[in-house]
Design a protein around this ligand. Structure first.
Ligand code: PSU
Ligand code: MN
Length: 307
């Protein structure tokens, strides 16, 4: 027996996003795990506001995505954004638990994977973040591979990031993306970036140097019926980068700390980011904010070029 499709999904659009959808204007999705688990308050709120402002400046509309008290929000108004930035104990929600958070009426911040699912459902095709999750170092022992990679393979959203976080095994991360047929395009450089640093030491699989060319590539994928997402890697601006050699020292120490404290599962990434924040006296946070802002600008340009 077929069951009727539920029309009363608990989804709420901000008035700004609802208006943009009605007009058919460019929209850029934003994740919320970076707000609740990636940065401390109040820097996280400043970052979230400035990223939204940058997207508006480019003629697009920002849609920050989060589950609040069981409602999936596509776009947060100023009050909700501020409240989320101050929320302690929000869930970190990925594909496995997005529906759980809604069904159990929880508050949860969406990772790259869950934000992609929500964006696709809302008809939003471009999404800006900091760095995606990937294959962790020693994954051959821990099996720790982010659900973000699988989501990129299956969900048709363009994700703009600053490369894979250098805390990961970047060669293995690129191998999985290749296996799963995810295009990896570095913007205006032939070297794949490593989040805080412009250079991961690895060549980028693909390179394009304009938002129009990226939009055109996506159009061709659509015409060929090739579904799934694509990853745009946008190197952090030179003035904000922390060189790779220097980062390696902090990363090694952060990984040791995580080992010592027996951190596993979804706590690993937030733990490492916090540890690196402390080891760099907050410099990693400044770089993190600069690269997200840089990604928001490019994502908005791509979203406009796709109209
Ligand atoms: N990028 C950042 N800060 C973050 C994250 C990304 O600059 O906090 C988050 C994203 O939400 C990403 C998640 O999806 O970390 C990956 O977590 P995991 O490795 O557990 O899949
Ligand atoms: Mn993991």
């Amino acid at each position: 027996m077929t069951r009727p499709i539920s029309h009363d999904l608990p989804i709420a659009y901000s008035s700004e996003v609802a208006a943009a959808k009605a007009r058919g204007s460019a929209i850029v999705a934003l994740e919320s795990t970076i707000i609740t688990h990636g940065m401390p308050y109040p820097g996280n709120l400043d970052m979230a506001r400035s990223v939204e402002a940058i997207i508006r400046d480019q003629g697009a509309v920002p849609a920050t995505i989060a589950v609040i008290d069981g409602t999936l929000h596509i776009g947060l108004d100023a009050e909700l954004l501020e409240a989320l930035a101050q929320t302690r104990g929000a869930m970190k929600v990925s594909r496995a638990d997005l529906a759980f958070a809604i069904a159990e009426r929880r508050t949860g911040a969406t990772t790259v994977a869950a934000t992609m699912i929500a964006a696709a459902r809302a008809g939003i095709r471009v999404f800006a973040t900091g760095g995606i999750g990937g294959v962790h170092r020693k994954a051959e022992e821990t099996f720790d591979i982010s659900a973000d990679l699988e989501e990129l393979a299956r969900t048709g959203v363009i994700v703009v990031c600053a490369g894979a976080k250098a805390i990961l095994d970047i060669p293995k991360t690129l191998e999985v993306l290749e296996t799963r047929g995810v295009p990896v395009v570095t913007y205006d450089s032939d070297i794949f970036p490593a989040f805080w640093s412009r250079d991961s030491g690895l060549k980028s699989p693909l390179m394009l140097n304009s938002p129009a060319a990226i939009a055109n590539f996506q159009r061709m994928r659509d015409r060929l019926g090739i579904d799934g997402g694509m990853l745009i890697a946008n190197p952090v601006p030179e003035t904000s980068e922390i060189p790779r050699d220097e980062m390696e020292i902090y990363i090694a120490r952060a990984l040791d700390n995580a080992d010592h404290d027996k951190i596993v599962g979804k706590a690993v990434t937030p733990y490492l980011l916090q540890s690196i924040f402390e080891l760099t006296d907050g410099r990693s946070l400044e770089t993190n904010i600069a690269l997200v802002e840089n990604n928001a600008r490019l994502a908005a340009e791509i979203a406009v070029a796709m109209m």
